[in-house]
Every structure is written in structure tokens, then in C-alpha cells.
Design a protein around this ligand. Structure first.
Ligand SMILES: [Zn+2]
Length: 471
């Protein structure tokens, strides 16, 4: 019986392969050979890491074509876009039966520059060393992108019946704000998103103890968003030998001084409160109660003082201000007509840009200084009781029974806001779960790498989640 079944299955595999020209195929609904899938996931990942998609200049078309070629071979519907030279974005779709709205698997294909002299391997060689896979993008985010892609591939080959479309979207330019990638795509091709319900993107944060026990799996429903502002002061120009107290530079400096002195008040929006609440079970008893109800806890001046000493905690509970760029005269003896400062401010989820600018105008105390947004997005968040979050929790429970689900708020930002603006519930999630020494590191830094075991296990974890959510 056993042997017979094996032969029948093998026959089916061959039939599927010949009929569709697939390189690999599985009998309907089962028979996924995980060892093979994971081996292929590793090979594809290494090939992907070899593509230099450093932004600037980007050249993400290399990644778009790489994915397109595989889609072509596998019979997966797809389109390549190159709206700006070299800046490619790939869209691919597996059709569901339409009874539920689509799920988007979003990933960016660009990577940040690297400093060759600090790397022990070539950054685009896909080197394997001591159980790690090295390469710029190994963490951010070619590993996640490939886990998403292999998930789509496996669903297709296993012919899993889907209730919802699975849309794989590999975009350019995220590391520079995403306007030439995801931002361009949502503006020009919203129809290809099919009124999607959910989206997985980078972000999230998983926590293990030093022995490798998984304590928490993070599903990030929110992130802080940038409100990058340009402040422009103007004044009478002249020769510097005759000082002008109200020159553009002097007025700008006085206003910036007031800005430096200013600490934005704590703004506990619901997304931020629940982020801390979800972490409470992992805290020592004394802190746990405080995190359960941060709003109450922060009324205690001693707790508030200590809380504020942690730069990350501090940044998560308020809008932040970093003065980063200054420009006055180009000549030492010339009082310029214009002085400019660019200020990186960040908004907590739920904040409104206009309200924040009005607050800053009051702080600057000089109405003649012009405030213009350079890059700014509304700070939206997604619910934590959605089917997507419940599905992650369910699959996590099977895999890591001890782990809790947390809902971290990212201090940085990703492309998710473009989709949240359209009403797509979007979440930061990493399927790679391992203690730091096995997970790798080098996010935007040197010797970026990911543990091979963490990677291949993550591919399967991610597949299980998506299958549950879409089947
Ligand atoms: Zn990233």
C-alpha cells in the first residue's frame, strides 16, 4: 500500500511537470517536500544576494528581472515596470477564488551602500561562512523578500486552492523614501492591488532568550512616520563688517535655539500604548505592571524620569526633533539673504502633520520663518485584532508554544504607510526566529549576514502563515 501510494504520487509529480513545464511540482494540496523547498530557497537567496541593487543608484531592474524570469518559468502571472531608468518594480499574482480580498507580500529590492574596507567578504558574492549567508540585503530585506517569493512559488506548485489572491510586490527605492517604487506603484497601479485586505512587509521583532527559547513574535501594526521639514529665514543681505541683528542667519539660529530647548510632550496614542502593553509579560514584575498601563505609570514622576532615560522608549512616546542640516552664506564676509535648516522630525502613529507644524510654529516664535515639508506622511496604524494577526498567533502557537505575540511600533519607517493610506491593513513581520548569535546582523552595517538555519526555517514558518491565511 505504502509503496503503491509512493508510485502513484511520483507519477503525479512527473505528469504535472510535463504538462506545465514546471521544474518541480507537487501533488495537489500536499506532498510539499520541505527539504527540497528549503534547499532551493537557499540557492535562490544566494543568487538574489549577488545582484548589486545599492541605492543610490538602485538598479532594482536587476531584481525585477530576476523574479520575472522565475515567474515566467513557473507560469506565474507577473509584470515588470521600469518607470524610471534602472528603477524596476515587479508585480506577480496567484489568483484566489475571490471569496476573500487579496494579501500583498511587499518587499523592497534596493539595499543601502556599504563600506568595502570594513567587510570580511565581498558584499555581493553571496558568501557562505560558519553557518551564515553574507551579503548586503541579507537582513534588510532580501531574506524576507525571498521567503515571500518562495512562499508564492510553493503555493503555486502545490496547487493550494486559495480564497484570496496572493500579490507579490518587489519594489525599488525604499531606502530613499520609496517614491520611485512603492509610492509610484500605489499612485499609478492601484488596480493591481485588487482592493487588498492585508499586507506583510518588513519590520516586526522577534525575541528569544540566550538559550534560544522563543519568547515573542512581533507583528508590527504601526510605525513612526517622517515629517522632514525645511525652515527658511530671510533678511536684508549686506557686508558682514556691519552686523545686522535681524539677519536671516541670526533669526534662524534664535528660532533653532528655541527648538533645541523644546521637548515635545509625551503623546501616548493607542498604537504606542498597546505596543508597551504587549511587551509587559516579558518584563520583570516591577516593570510589567507599569507597561500594562503606561498612561497611568507615567504619572509617577520617578518612573517617568527613568523611562525617559532610554532613548528608544523616549522616541516612541513622543514626536521627535533632530536638527540635521544648516545652510547660511557661502562666503564668510557676506550676510546672506536666506538661511535654511532642515529638521528631521518624526510623528507618533495617530499624529496629524498640520497640528504638529502648528505646534512647531509656536515653538519657533518667529512667524517670518517659512516651514515646508520635504517628506511627510500621515502616521496611520493597523488594527491588532485582524485575521492576519490572529493567523500569525495561531501558527506561532503551533511552532513556538511558549511565545507571546507583541505589537511593536517601529521608530523608523518603511513603505507600509503607502498601503495603510489606501486602507490595506499592513504589518511588519519577520519570519526569522533565532537567538541573536544565530540570527546574524549587520543591518545597514558591516558584514550583513543571516544564519542559514534561521533563514530556511523562517521560509517554512512564513509559508505556513500565508497558507493558513489564504487557503
Ligand atoms: Zn528595509
Amino acid at each position: 500500500m505504502y509503496v503503491l501510494r509512493r508510485i502513484v504520487l511520483a507519477g503525479l509529480v512527473v505528469l504535472l511537470a510535463t504538462a506545465n513545464g514546471w521544474t518541480l511540482a507537487y501533488p495537489r494540496n500536499n506532498g510539499i517536500k520541505w527539504e527540497e523547498v528549503q534547499r532551493e530557497a537557499l540557492e535562490l537567496f544566494i543568487q538574489y544576494l549577488k545582484l548589486d541593487t545599492t541605492n543610490p543608484p538602485g538598479n532594482e531592474i536587476r531584481a525585477a528581472r530576476f523574479f520575472a524570469e522565475i515567474c515566467q518559468r513557473e507560469g506565474i502571472e507577473h509584470k515588470v515596470f521600469e518607470p524610471f531608468p534602472g528603477r524596476g518594480t515587479l508585480w506577480a499574482r496567484l489568483k484566489g477564488d475571490g471569496s476573500q480580498r487579496p494579501l500583498i507580500l511587499l518587499n523592497h529590492t534596493d539595499v543601502v551602500p556599504h563600506s568595502k574596507e570594513y567587510w570580511s567578504v565581498e558584499a555581493f558574492s553571496g558568501a557562505q561562512k560558519d553557518g551564515f549567508i553574507y551579503g548586503r540585503g541579507a537582513q534588510d530585506m532580501k531574506s524576507v523578500g525571498m521567503a515571500q517569493f518562495v512562499t508564492m512559488l510553493t503555493l503555486k506548485r502545490a496547487r493550494i486552492p486559495l480564497k484570496r489572491d496572493i500579490i507579490f510586490l518587489a519594489t525599488a527605492d525604499e531606502e530613499a523614501g520609496g517614491q520611485l517604487g512603492a509610492g509610484w506603484f500605489v499612485k499609478t497601479h492601484p488596480e493591481l492591488l485588487g482592493n487588498a485586505e492585508f499586507l506583510f512587509n518588513e519590520g516586526g521583532n522577534n525575541i528569544t532568550d540566550q538559550y534560544g527559547h522563543v519568547l515573542a513574535v512581533g507583528v508590527g501594526p504601526a510605525e513612526k512616520t517622517p515629517a522632514w521639514l525645511r525652515l527658511t529665514a530671510t533678511g536684508e543681505p549686506g557686508h558682514a563688517s556691519v552686523p545686522r541683528p535681524d539677519s536671516a542667519v541670526n533669526r534662524l539660529l534664535r528660532a533653532l535655539n528655541r527648538l533645541l530647548e523644546y521637548t515635545p510632550p509625551i503623546k501616548l496614542t493607542p498604537a504606542v500604548e498597546q505596543a508597551f502593553r504587549s511587551l509587559a509579560p516579558l518584563m520583570p514584575a516591577a516593570r510589567s505592571g507599569k507597561f500594562q498601563n503606561l498612561r497611568e505609570a507615567l504619572k509617577d514622576p520617578e518612573f517617568a524620569r527613568q523611562f525617559d532615560l532610554d532613548p528608544m522608549a523616549r522616541a516612541l512616546v513622543r514626536n521627535t526633533i533632530s536638527i540635521t542640516m544648516l545652510q547660511g552664506s557661502t562666503k564668510i564676509n557676506v550676510i546672506p539673504p536666506v538661511a535654511v535648516a532642515e529638521v528631521d522630525t518624526r510623528l507618533v502613529p495617530g499624529e496629524k502633520l498640520e497640528r504638529w507644524i502648528a505646534e512647531l510654529r509656536g515653538v519657533l516664535g518667529d512667524d517670518s520663518i517659512k516651514i515646508e515639508p520635504v517628506l511627510a506622511f500621515e502616521a496611520n496604524d493597523s488594527p491588532i485584532d485582524s485575521d492576519l494577526v490572529k493567523t500569525v498567533a495561531k501558527v506561532t502557537k503551533q511552532r513556538y508554544p511558549e511565545a507571546i505575540i507583541t505589537h511593536p511600533v517601529l521608530a523608523g519607517f518603511t513603505d507600509s504607510h503607502f498601503f495603510r493610506d489606501l486602507g490595506v491593513m499592513s504589518y511588519g513581520f519577520s519570519p526569522f526566529v533565532a537567538p541573536p548569535r544565530e540570527l546574524g546582523g549587520g543591518f545597514h552595517g558591516n558584514d550583513e549576514r543571516i544564519g542559514q538555519k534561521a533563514y530556511v526555517e523562517g521560509v517554512r514558518f512564513f509559508y505556513e502563515i500565508v497558507e493558513q491565511l489564504a487557503r
